[in-house]
Design a protein around this ligand. Sequence first.
Ligand code: B1H
Length: 756
Amino acid sequence: MTIDQKLLLEVREALRNRLDEYIRNMKFDSKQVLYVSMETMPGSTIANTLMNLPEDDPIWQKLQDLNINYEDLVLSDPEPALGNGGLGRLTACIAESCATGDVPLSVNTLRYRTGLFRQKFVNGEQVEVSDIWCDSSGNYFFEFPLPQAAQRVEFGNGNNKVSVEMIPCLIPQIGAGGRCVVTAACKVGEINAPYGVDPELYRRIDEQLYCEDQFTRLRQEYALSSFTVKSAIRSCLAKGHRIEDLPNDFCLHINDTHASLMIPELLRILLDEHLQGRYDAWDVAWDIATRTFVYTNHTIMAEALEKWPLWMIEQMLPYRIGQMIIEIDRRMMERLTRDNPQLTSKQIESMRVIQDGMVHMANMDIFTAYSVNGVAKIHTQILCQRELNAFWLAMPKKFCNVTNGVTLRKFLAFANPGLRELITKLLGSDTWIRDTTKLRELLDYADDSSVQASFLEIRHAEKEELAAFIKEQRGIDIPSDFIFDVQIKRIHMYKRQLLNCLHIIYLYNQILNDPDFDMVPTAFIFGGKAASSYRQAKDVIRLILRLEKIVNENPIVSRKMRVAFVENYNVSKAMLMIPATDVSEQISTASTEASGTGNMKLMLNGALTLGTLDGANVEIYEEVGDKGMFLFGLHADEVLSYQANGNYCSWDAYKKNPELKKAVDMLVDGSLGDNFSELYNELLYGEYGNAPDRFFVLKDFESYVKAHRHVRAFYKKPSEWAKQSIRNVALAGRFSSDRMVREYCEKVWKIPYGKV
Ligand code: B1H
């Protein structure tokens, strides 16, 4: 897979010239969206560019002349390591669809020198190796630093004032129509720190994504927020517009709460620099702010909803930022009590920005933004009915839902060329790549046995490719006639990789107890990283790697089952794994996964979903129905009711089902050759002060086992399977990020989609 470096450089240079041309041709004469996100995960720039270049672009000829296979080219291309999971990948999909739909958006983020770690497996455990994605001088080949657009961000107060220059570096994304949007990833430039203040503290701002040190993290959030607000104001005034016109020139999109400090930063700058001396300064500033910001919520997990101590904000940032937040809180209380006699004081109190000295970022965002949205129907429903109910009662018009989507061009057309060709042949043209609603026409072919056969052939070829990759990377043999059952996502307790593991242990016991146990051979394939400090998640990785050994090395068991964990799962690996998947594991506890987007990418390639009614699975189910998906598990309202009443007892499920009990006991009785007592305790006693089995793994186990039985029985009917697989592809158009971006344009950003 190694490509001659000189050839590589030649291709890159050609691509870079092309990107350069696109960037030079960009125009910003209409209202622009600044999508402000702590993370983005575009994947290989070479892939992102090639996938949208027309077939007659000279680059293709060049690749041919140099005899370079583009898949090798992509795998050898370092990914900008600026993201960590679905949140970052969604940002990249939005950028791609905006480029395609000619929507004037740019992504603002930080340019982390070391991205999220590279994952290595050493002695059966995850080891984090720093991911150096830049060259030895710290540069990335496909970025364009723009020092003339730098902004100075100020920290601290009085004699401790520090000024940090933030310099945007543009990473381009070409759309299918040949337009371009950019990601402005900011790096730290010059730092002016007074004597006695260590400038290194500020150098860390662009070192690492979601860094553990909370002081640095707050500085990162403020740096990104302040840079964005200052850029928007500068550009508004440079156009000769008045500051009051800011909301007509820009929509500032707070993507999760990480960029919430844009709100007090904008108020501060307006009051102190633009509206000084005006008697109605606050009202004007507030009016501008409330017409500028929108906020998207991506999670209801309490631990991810940011709260910052007010004292930290006051001490580390300009003191006026703290003052703005206090003032927002005060006015908010006044307004809410005045306008909402129907709400109880407890409800009003729950909406406060400042509670017990902590600044609740989401509350500030919701109160200020003119639009607040969740990312899947059920997620938005839970926000409105439960988590943010008081807000919803007080200001229902603000709320809307925009279900996530993914770029079909990357995850279908580019990742699965065989399927792309088949679809294009069946539909008579490739216009479906731009107009994804056309995929529906595939429904006409779901019963056609020759189409079914081609479909299965394509899948089989992809499975062989993935098997070869796994063999090369991990030394594990996966026969390509096994069911490929895939769970690829961050390792998190709520995503329940542990449930998948317990099922594997259960099957292992069944096969050993009964060598004639009837089972369609299945390969359980995993991919995903655990945060370096997340002990339970790292234990889950250790468990999967243990199961790999035990299962694959057992001559009896390995005839019916294999386990493989692909190391260092990232966007390029996703492109390899997704087209090769038969069964898509989407098994989070109902109500915990806001949306999920891997579920969409897998469906799009014809994998059948085995999942709970959680996140966007609910909408996938709406599309494909009972036959197109394997449902199991508690429903969200049941989970929420157990949680509210505290009446779930994991011991009941454990004691009732001897096979489950055995599987759980094996975590600690030595039969796996290692001890997983933390996971065992999590299930039966609760860890870190939480209730036992807070994600209902044991409760859902039986129903999960049953769903797997259905999967295997169904797999024995290839024609039926192929039919449902084709239906899944046909019905995936709804999950295109083009549809998502169109909805954002209409409901949230209030700008036209595409050229008017
Ligand atoms: C999502 C996060 C997230 N939601 C904080 N929230 C983080 C929040 O390290 N941090 O501080 C990291 C990540 N990530 C994901 O967003 C949801 O879990 C998915 O369900 C959703 O599909 C995705 C995109 O909306």
